[in-house]
Design a protein around this ligand. Structure first.
Ligand SMILES: *Cc1c(COP(=O)(O)O)cnc(C)c1O
Length: 427
């Protein structure tokens, strides 16, 4: 199905895309359909998808099992309010989430997007301390290069420089920022790596409600990988200083790093866990915030005891049903093996980029491959180059990165890696 030139012009003139400028719009490509690992452009071209639509489409597009799940739910009910009512899809999904995660996690809030899941996590932490009668723990400790979402609460714990804080200064709440965990893994761990965090906790624990961090991989704020040891020490410090620990696994959850959840590589369990993105296999917007019985009960012990959040489309049945199906597919698949072979192939095929003049680093963790450049890319130029090479790769800043659907086959992954090589070689 083609999209007319008039309609593409209408889009450029009237419709904002993520982080875009309506006065000077960049290129956008019309999509007519998608299937498996392919995105079909309206102009007839076919692209191998390197982005999994921002981490979410882990099983590929237009999956028969997910299609069937959502179609059968439509004939039952597409939506019903969650205030005072419940339904099987929400119950099944919550059971499944509690089964998949550590047994300490016992309570689920079904949120309508990742940013909302983070807002809810921050509210849980704040309400916990209020309910305990401790009124001065109102701030968070967060990290440079962090990304937790675009709503104001979530944005306030994103990297203060590239997280748009200056644009909104005077409006955003102020938190404490710690240098990002040093890049690397447990092999190059040094005791000094935890010192900035320890100092910040020592100085600020009395007014800190929680530490919020993306475990193992900082995503949109820099695609940085760090040691599991950092998480173990962070966990200990939070206990020592009586501060809650929030893990934002919206990007890392559901197998992407090679573990079902990144926290499992460190064998530490957070007080509050956010998941999202891949939860519905990329079909619908949905996320969740999980916490422990203890935190749920302390929040519940205060006055009305209500957790103060409740979106209109909370626990949307279509979203929940397709999430249940997506998690079933994941658990039934040999995802560990798939992610491992994607990692091996990325490691082998992207290595060559290290020799290119414009490249400072190449790194792989699970089914995530990153080529870091010296200078930011010119998106308006590089995006059409990738499309001409038959791939969908959307870099940002100095980062060219891919996190393909787990179902990708070796030749398709080679096409992605070759395109990255071709484009980054000339920089
Ligand atoms: C994408 C993302 C979010 C925000 O999720 P949305 O669904 O876009 O609101 C939050 N945290 C992390 C780590 C993410 O990658």
């Amino acid at each position: 199905m083609t999209i007319s030139q008039d309609d593409l012009a209408f889009d450029r003139q009237h419709i904002w895309h993520p982080y875009t400028n309506l006065t000077q719009p960049g290129p956008v490509f019309g999509v007519s359909s998608a299937e498996g690992v392919y995105i079909h452009l309206a102009d007839g071209r076919r692209l191998v998808d390197g982005m999994a639509s921002w981490w979410s489409v882990i099983h590929g597009y237009n999956h028969p099992y997910l299609n069937a799940a959502i179609q059968s739910q439509v004939t039952q009910m597409s939506h019903v309010m969650f205030g005072g009512l419940t339904h099987q899809p929400a119950i099944d999904l919550s059971k499944q989430l509690l089964d998949m995660t550590d047994e300490a996690l016992d309570a689920v809030f079904l949120a309508d997007s990742g940013s909302v899941a983070v807002e809810v996590a921050l509210k849980m932490a704040l309400q916990y301390w209020v309910a305990k009668g401790i009124s001065h723990k109102k701030q968070f400790i967060a990290f440079r290069h962090a990304y937790h979402g675009d709503t104001f609460g979530a944005m306030s714990v994103c990297d203060p420089v590239n997280g748009m804080h200056s644009m909104f200064s005077g409006f955003l709440p102020q938190h404490h920022f710690v240098d990002a965990p040093p890049a690397g893994d447990d092999d190059n761990w040094q005791a000094s790596h935890i010192e900035p965090l320890r100092q910040t906790l020592e100085q600020n624990h009395q007014n800190t409600a929680a530490v919020i961090i993306e475990p193992l991989v900082q995503g949109a704020g820099g695609m940085r990988f760090y040691a599991a040891e950092y998480l173990r020490q962070l966990h200990q410090l939070c206990q020592q200083f009586d501060v809650l620990l929030i893990f934002d696994e919206i990007a890392t959850g559901f197998g992407r790093t090679g573990e079902m959840f990144a926290y499992q590589s460190a064998m530490v369990v957070p007080d509050i866990l956010c998941v999202g993105k891949a939860i519905t296999g990329g079909y619908m917007s949905l996320a969740a915030t999980l916490t422990t019985r203890k935190i749920a009960d302390i929040i519940g012990s205060f006055e009305g005891g209500n957790l103060m959040h409740g979106p209109t489309f909370m626990a949307n049945p279509l979203s929940c049903r397709v999430a249940v199906a997506s998690l079933e597919l994941l658990l039934r698949s040999n995802w560990q093996q798939k992610v491992k072979s994607i990692a091996e192939q990325l490691t082998a095929e992207l290595a060559e980029c290290r020799q290119y003049q414009g490249v400072v680093d190449v790194r792989v963790k699970g089914a995530i491959g990153v080529v870091e450049l010296i200078k930011p890319v010119n998106m308006h130029k590089i995006q059409p180059q990738f499309v001409d090479l038959g791939v969908w790769i959307r870099p940002f800043g100095r980062l060219v990165y891919i996190m393909p659907p787990y179902i990708i086959e070796p030749p398709q992954l080679t096409l992605l890696c070759d395109a990255i090589k071709t484009v980054t070689k000339q920089l």
